[in-house]
Write a protein that binds this ligand. Sequence first.
Ligand SMILES: Nc1ncnc2c1ncn2[C@@H]1O[C@H](COP(=O)(O)OP(=O)(O)OP(=O)(O)O)[C@@H](O)[C@H]1O
Ligand SMILES: [Mg+2]
Length: 242
Amino acid sequence: MTPLLQLADVSAGYGPLTVLHGVSFSVNEGERMCLLGRNGVGKTTTLRTIMGQTDLRTGSLVWRSREITRSTTVRRSRLGIGYVPQTRDIFPSLTVEENLVAGLRNRPASDVVRAYKLFPRLHERRRNGGVELSGGEQQMLSVARTLLGEPRLLLLDEPLEGLAPIICEELISAFDTLCEQEGVAILLVEQKVQEALRFAQRALVLDHGAMVHESDTTTLQVNPAILDRYIAVADIPVTAEN
Ligand SMILES: Nc1ncnc2c1ncn2[C@@H]1O[C@H](COP(=O)(O)OP(=O)(O)OP(=O)(O)O)[C@@H](O)[C@H]1O
Ligand SMILES: [Mg+2]
């Protein structure tokens, strides 16, 4: 099977700073992956590199057999890569509906209905301003806006950060629906390790800008030593629960 996205020996950073060192991995069509690691190891930089928003030093990126190493961010998003950044990307002065319509570009207005179907809570709040939304609703809006571009791969940067467990569940169930019903692949960066491992099929662990572990999530769940070594102790799942 041809991977959806392939990174080969990618080193990248910002100006003189190299953050990622020889990172290689691939994401398959419809796959649920998570990218874990401590603060500052380069998780966001990995997602930004996939979007072409960092300075690439070496390596290549291939999207559905097509090289995109030098493609612009706009081109990558048109090809089907959607990016929901860590800073929830919405217009606070616009209402929910205006935010969605602004994200439509040339797409039919009926696409907004699809967004409401996935996040009924946004439909209830459609006339509320962006500033009036809770953190969870802002995150839903940010994800919904990105989905209007009909991505085949969704890059999510800590979508659960600061959210109550019940809202996390609501978001994860929407991500499940996207993968199962629409075949969208998701690369999830998350500090909430238990939630990430439960959601994903495959896990990548990054440390100091290098990929130090890759396996299916069940392997990682029964190997707390790996998590202990590369992820903050407080986030280690309780193995008895699994
Ligand atoms: N725009 C930037 N310019 C220069 N350096 C940056 C920039 N963004 C991040 N860095 C640096 O790159 C390194 C990796 O940062 P990155 O944001 O990718 O980490 P992260 O794993 O996402 O961390 P966190 O868990 O805190 O979100 C850090 O040393 C950071 O200071
Ligand atoms: Mg980050």
